[in-house]
Write a protein of this length. Structure first.
Length: 84
């Protein structure tokens, strides 16, 4: 049977991009103390950070702007996040 895209999340690719960049940034620069790094740079507590990683669609706009800035997203990547 052919696969359909009816049940697929239209923002799946953008969510994956946010997830990969966040994990990479925290893994690289927050190696000493990840909790302090995420709190300081993104304004997210440890528990909130992990909830947002599991579901990037729930990130509020202010936090998303900080993520784009701190993870150095390019304009093309920002457009990819918001494309369907």
């Amino acid at each position: 049977m052919p696969k359909t895209t009816l049940c697929r999340d239209p923002y799946e690719r953008g969510n994956k991009l946010i997830e990969e960049r966040l994990k990479g940034n925290v893994g690289t620069y927050g190696a000493g103390n990840r909790d302090a790094y995420t709190e300081k740079n993104f304004g997210l507590s440890h528990g909130t950070y992990h909830r947002r990683i599991k579901n990037p669609g729930t990130i509020d706009l202010d936090t998303l702007r900080r993520i784009f800035d701190r993870c150095r997203f390019t304009d093309a990547e920002i457009l990819q996040v918001f494309q369907r």
